[in-house]
Write a protein that binds this ligand. Sequence first.
Ligand SMILES: [Zn+2]
Length: 282
Amino acid sequence: MPELPEVETMCRGIACFRGEIIETALFPRHTRRASPIQPRPKILSSKLQGARITGITRLGKRAILSVTPANENNELFLIFEPRMTGLLLRVPPPTEKHVRLIARIKKYKHPLIFWDRRGLGTITMVDKSTFMSRFGNNALGPDALTASGPELYDKIHHSKRHIKVALLDQKILAGIGNIYASEILYAANIDPRTRCYRLSKDACARIASASSKILHHAIKHEGSSIGDETYRTADNRLGRYQRFHKVYGRDKNKCRRCKNDIQRIIQTQRSTFFCPSCQTRY
Ligand SMILES: [Zn+2]
């Protein structure tokens, strides 16, 4: 969790802060496990104080704030990786004790907050050259929202991995996690256990097209709040795309197309959901 649609929804939810000045940035101390923060909070606070937010974008499953510190011209990148339970909020958080960053923004009553219940999410600030060396040069695959069939085929046609496992690899496509990998393969009618090298160009085109369609639909419905409903929008509302899940979390329920049972299997220690009769194993 948070995958591409959820992180995109967070970025859109805090887009109002673009162009604004950060007055102060506080990193509350926690006795329990704290989110990894780099550089140290003291250095980060001083860089952010008075900085202008020049851009808010998504990169795969990360949210990136471009900031220009006060009295400096060089752009820095503040990277939020929510991992399991991280959220970017512009309203009061679900709990006070899991707040990892409070950035007060000029003219706004409520600060920008990074909240993370499990504390596995990360906050990192880097300069442009570090950003490019970490994320440039094919460090990430094409964005799963816009990737084409040929791009996907190029990345996977030599691989023996199962297609579901490959879709979770951010170097293949950026942004897909466990929920949307199952949903995309169901929409493309492909069995998640199919080995990548068995997939034709046509099958890769179907996966790319399903990926774009499902992720756009999920963004429209502001992502999926599943299980304990930890995932929230930037103004602390539930996502709605869970209502549209066709296979994820629906094992022992009937497939809506063929009325056979949806199955759950484990692939590389993660649950995969699929319909064995609708999804073809090549
Ligand atoms: Zn079916």
